[in-house]
Design a binder for this molecule. Structure first.
Ligand code: C2E
Ligand code: MG
Ligand code: MG
Length: 761
C-alpha cells in the first residue's frame, strides 16, 4: 500500500475530478489522459478537460468514483493499460487489433477520422504528394498507423516524424521539422487554424472513439460508462450534447487562453498591425472552421450510412430472422469470446444444446408455417426463463443453444435445464390447434468436459442425442461413454442395412385373443433381427435408429411382405381361416403415399385378402395428419384393410381426429393395463377408453395382459380382445403352428411355463 502511494506520488500527477462530495467517494479509478484536445487535454499543471473528461466526470459523480488522472504519452498509456497500471484510458480509437489487447466500451464517444495538414509552403495536395516528405505523426495513434499503411498502398512512402500528441504534430509543422502531419478531425476543427498551416484533401481512416480498460479487468467500469453514455446519447438535451456543443462549436475566442500570451505580446509590440491581423485571422479561422465543420458533417453522414449498412450486414450474418436470436455464427462468436475471457480464471460455463422433439412431424403435418410459428413461440418461452446474461441462440432448424455463464455448482446448470423444459410444458396454440411441445437437452461444462469451443459443442450435442434416445423431454449431462454410443449408433445403421440384404431379419407372432371365447382371432407380427454377433435383437434397440435414418421404410415393406406371405401360407395349410395379421407401421412409411403402394404389392404378391390385414399405427400419426396421410388412410380402408390405433393413450390423442379418422380398433397401451385393477387413476383411464371406444363403435384390444386378474377385470368391463404374456408370448412362426391348430387357448400355469420355455422374448 505504502509502495503504491509512493509510486503514485512519484509518477502520477493527481487531480481529483469530482466536487467536494467526492471526499466520500469509494471506488478509486485511474484514468489515463494525453493531450488530444478537445476530446481530452493534458497540459502540465492544469486539470484535464474535454469531451471524454466531461463524460467521466458525469459518470464518476453518479457512480461514486474517486478519479485520479494519469497523464502520459499515448504510447506509454497503452503500455500502462496492458499492465493494468491504469483502470481506464480516456480516448482510444477502436480497432480489431486493439480489441484483442483491451476491453472497449460498447458506446463510442464520437466518430472521428484522420486529416493531413501541410505547411503553407509545402506542395502537398493529395496522398501521392506525400512521397519522400516528412510527416509528423502521434506515436501509437491509430491514424498514424493507418496513414503509414495507406501511403504504402499508394506507393508514396514518407518519412514519419514521431511526436507524443496532436499539439506537437502542429508544432512540428509550424517549425518545419515536418512538411505535413496527421491529426484527427475533431482536434483539427478547433486547433488547425494557424496561418502557416493549410488543409490538404487527404482524409482517411474513419474510426470511433471509445474508452478502454485492461483485458482482464472487471467489466464494471466500462458497463457503467456504457449505461450512462447510452442514456445521455438518447436525450438531445443531455450533458453529452452540451459537451459536444461546448467543445466542437466553441469559437476561437472562447479558447483564447492558450494563445493569450502570444496575442498579448503581439498587441503590445505592434497594436495597430495586430488589430488588423487579428481581424484577418478571425475571418480566416471562421472560414476554415466553417469549411471543416461542413466537411465533418459530410463525413459523419457517410460514416453513419456505412455504420447502418454494416449493422444490416451483421444482422443478416449473425442473427436468425425467424426468432431474432443469434444464429449459429453469432452463437459461436459469443461462445468464443466468453471462453477467451475466461481463460486463466476459475469461472465455469455450461453449454446447453436443445433440440425440439418431433418438430419434423409438425412441419409435415401442419405445414412449415405452423412449424415456424411454433419455433417463434418456443424461442420466446425459452428466453423468458433465462437470466439477462445467459445467451440463447437458434443454432439450426429445431436446435437452440444456451450459454450459461457464471456457473457455480453443476446444480446451477441443472436448474436452468429444468426451467427450460418446464417452460415448454403448457400447450402452445398454433391457430386453432394446440400443440404439446417438448425438447431434449444435452449439457457440457467448461472446463470440466472440454476447454475448446468445438469439443464443448460436440459433447453437448452428444448428450442431447442421448436424451432424445431416452424418449426426449429430458436433459442429460455429457459423459465420455456417450461418444461411444453415438459411434455405435452410426455403425448400427450400416449393420441394419446389411441385415436387410443378408436376410437376417425375421418375424415373431403374438396371438390376439377374444377375451370371452379365448380363441385366437389374430396375430401381431413383431420384427426381430438375428444378428450373427449379438444373437436375437429386439425392435426397441433398432427401430428408433431406423426411424431416424429412414431405413424403417424398407424394413416396414419387408415386414408387410413377409407377414402377408406367412399368413397366406398358414391359410393354405388350413390353420388360419379366421385369422387377422396385425402389422406395425411407422409414420415415416406414409411419406410420399408409399404405404398404399407397398400394401397393395404385399397383398397381390401373397394373394392375401385385404380384410385379413390390420395395420397398427401409433397415435403420432395425428401429428403428421395432412391431406396425403388422410388420403392414404381412406384409400386403405376402401381397399378393405383394417386400421388400428396402437399404444393408445401414450402419445398425442386428439379426440376430434379420432372421430373423423377411419380406424376400426384401439389398442390400449400396456402401461395402463399393467397397473389395473390396483391403481385407481389407470383403472379409470382404461374404463374411460372402453366407454369412449364403445361410443365411437371401435373395437378394443388391451395390450400386455400379464395376470389373470387383469384379464378378468378387462373382460368384466366389456373389453373384447387382449394380447399378453398371460395368454402367449411372441413366437417364431414354427412354434406357433401347434397353437393355431387348437380351437381355443387355455393358459394354465403349466401352459404358460411351456410356452415360455421356447419363447425367446
Ligand atoms: P407394440 O406394437 O406395442 O408391440 C407390443 C409389444 O409389447 C411387443 O414388444 C411385445 O413383445 C410386447 N408385449 C406383448 N405382451 C406383453 C406383456 O404381457 N408384457 C410385456 N411386458 N410386454 C408385452 P416388442 O416385440 O419388443 O416390440 C416393441 C415395439 O416395437 C412394438 O410395440 C412396435 O412399436 C415396435 N415394432 C415391432 N415390430 C415392428 C415393425 O415391424 N415395424 C414397426 N414400425 N415397429 C415395430
Ligand atoms: Mg403394435
Ligand atoms: Mg402397442
Amino acid at each position: 500500500m505504502v509502495f503504491r502511494t509512493v509510486l503514485q506520488v512519484c509518477l502520477i500527477w493527481l487531480v481529483s475530478c469530482a466536487p467536494a462530495s467526492a471526499a466520500q467517494a469509494r471506488i478509486p479509478v485511474r484514468v489515463g489522459v494525453f493531450d488530444n484536445p478537445p476530446i481530452v487535454t493534458a497540459a502540465p499543471g492544469v486539470p484535464p478537460e474535454g469531451i471524454a473528461i466531461d463524460m467521466i466526470r458525469w459518470v464518476a459523480e453518479r457512480e461514486g468514483w474517486q478519479v485520479t488522472y494519469v497523464p502520459d504519452s499515448f504510447d506509454n498509456l497503452l503500455a500502462r493499460l496492458d499492465k493494468g497500471d491504469i483502470d481506464l484510458l480516456a480516448v482510444i480509437a477502436y480497432s480489431d487489433e486493439r480489441a484483442k489487447r483491451f476491453q472497449f466500451s460498447q458506446q463510442s464517444l464520437l466518430g472521428n477520422w484522420g486529416m493531413v495538414f501541410r505547411h503553407a509552403q509545402a506542395d502537398i495536395q493529395s496522398l501521392p504528394d506525400l512521397e519522400g516528405k516528412r510527416v509528423a505523426l502521434m506515436r501509437g495513434g491509430t491514424h498514424s498507423q493507418a496513414l503509414v499503411e495507406l501511403s504504402k498502398q499508394f506507393n508514396a512512402p514518407f518519412t514519419p516524424v514521431y511526436v507524443d500528441n496532436f499539439p506537437q504534430v502542429l508544432e512540428a509543422i509550424a517549425e518545419r521539422r515536418a512538411d505535413a502531419g496527421a491529426v484527427n478531425r475533431v482536434f483539427a476543427a478547433l486547433n488547425a487554424y494557424q496561418p502557416d498551416l493549410a488543409a490538404t484533401s487527404i482524409v482517411f481512416n474513419p474510426v470511433f472513439v471509445h474508452y478502454a480498460a485492461p483485458k482482464h479487468a472487471s467489466p464494471a467500469l466500462l458497463a457503467a460508462l456504457d449505461r450512462h453514455l447510452a442514456a445521455l446519447k438518447a436525450d438531445p438535451q443531455s450533458a453529452y450534447y452540451d459537451s459536444l456543443r461546448q467543445w466542437l462549436e466553441a469559437t476561437p475566442s472562447s479558447r483564447a487562453l492558450r494563445w493569450l500570451p502570444w496575442t498579448a505580446a503581439a498587441v503590445g509590440s505592434l497594436l495597430v498591425l495586430a488589430l488588423a491581423i487579428a481581424g484577418l485571422l478571425r475571418h480566416q479561422v471562421r472560414r476554415q472552421t466553417g469549411e471543416l465543420l461542413q466537411r465533418a458533417d459530410q463525413l459523419q453522414h457517410e460514416i453513419e450510412q456505412r455504420e447502418q449498412a454494416q449493422a444490416h450486414l451483421n444482422q443478416l450474418a449473425y442473427f436468425d430472422s425467424l426468432t431474432r436470436l443469434s444464429n449459429r455464427e453469432g452463437s459461436r462468436i459469443a461462445l468464443n469470446r466468453m471462453l477467451t475471457r475466461m481463460q486463466g480464471t476459475d469461472e465455469r460455463l455450461a453449454l446447453l444444446f436443445i433440440d425440439v422433439d418431433r418438430l419434423k412431424n409438425i412441419n409435415d403435418g401442419l405445414g412449415h408455417g405452423a412449424g415456424d410459428l411454433l419455433l417463434q413461440q418456443i424461442a420466446q418461452r425459452l428466453q423468458s426463463v433465462l437470466r439477462a446474461h445467459d445467451h440463447l441462440s437458434r443454432f439450426g432448424g429445431d436446435e437452440f443453444v444456451v450459454i450459461v455463464s457464471e456457473i457455480g455448482e453443476t446444480g446451477d446448470a441443472e436448474l436452468v435445464a429444468s426451467r427450460l423444459l418446464q417452460s415448454l410444458a403448457a400447450p402452445i396454440d398454433i391457430g386453432s390447434t394446440q400443440i404439446y411441445s417438448s425438447a431434449s437437452i444435452g449439457i457440457a461444462l467448461y472446463p470440466d468436459d472440454a476447454t475448446s469451443m468445438e469439443t464443448l459443442l460436440k459433447h453437448a450435442d452428444t448428450a442431447m442425442y442421448q436424451a432424445k434416445e431416452l424418449g426426449g423431454n429430458r436433459f442429460l449431462f455429457y459423459h465420455a461413454q456417450q461418444t461411444e454410443r453415438v459411434v455405435e449408433r452410426l455403425t448400427l445403421d450400416t449393420r441394419l442395412r446389411q441385415a436387410l440384404e443378408r436376410d437376417e431379419l425375421l418375424l415373431h407372432y403374438q396371438p390376439i385373443v377374444a377375451l370371452d371365447s379365448r380363441r385366437i382371432v389374430g396375430v401381431e407380427a413383431l420384427l426381430r433381427w438375428n444378428d450373427p454377433e449379438r444373437g436375437l435383437v429386439m425392435p426397441g434397440v433398432f427401430i428408433p435408429a431406423a426411424e431416424d435414418t429412414g431405413l424403417i421404410v424398407q424394413l416396414g415393406e419387408w415386414v408387410l411382405a413377409a407377414g402377408c406371405a406367412q399368413l397366406r401360407d398358414w391359410q393354405k395349410q388350413g390353420l388360419a381361416d379366421q385369422l387377422t395379421l396385425a402389422v406395425n407401421v411407422s409414420t415415416r412409411q406414409f411419406e410420399g403415399r408409399r404405404l398404399v403402394k407397398s400394401v397393395e404389392q404385399a397383398l397381390s404378391r401373397s394373394g392375401l385378402a385385404p380384410e385379413c390385414l390390420e395395420l397398427e399405427i401409433t397415435e403420432n400419426v395425428m401429428l403428421i395428419m395432412n391431406d396425403d396421410v388422410r388420403g392414404s388412410l381412406d384409400r386403405l380402408r376402401e381397399m378393405g384393410v383394417r386400421l388400428s390405433l396402437d399404444d393408445f393413450g401414450t402419445g398425442y390423442s386428439s379426440l376430434s381426429y379420432l372421430k373423423q379418422l377411419p380406424f376400426h380398433t384401439l389398442k390400449i397401451d400396456r402401461s395402463f393395463v399393467s397397473k389395473i385393477p390396483g391403481q385407481a387413476g389407470d383403472t379409470q383411464i382404461v374404463t374411460t377408453i372402453l366407454a369412449l371406444a364403445n361410443g365411437l363403435e371401435l373395437q378394443v384390444i388391451a395390450e400386455g395382459i400379464e395376470t389373470q386378474e387383469q384379464y378378468d377385470f378387462l373382460r368384466g368391463q366389456g373389453c373384447q380382445f387382449g394380447q399378453g404374456y398371460l395368454m402367449c408370448r411372441p413366437q417364431a412362426a414354427d412354434s406357433l403352428v401347434a397353437m393355431l391348430g387348437r380351437k381355443a387357448l387355455f393358459w394354465q400355469q403349466a401352459d404358460v411355463a411351456s410356452v415360455q420355455q421356447y419363447a425367446p422374448d
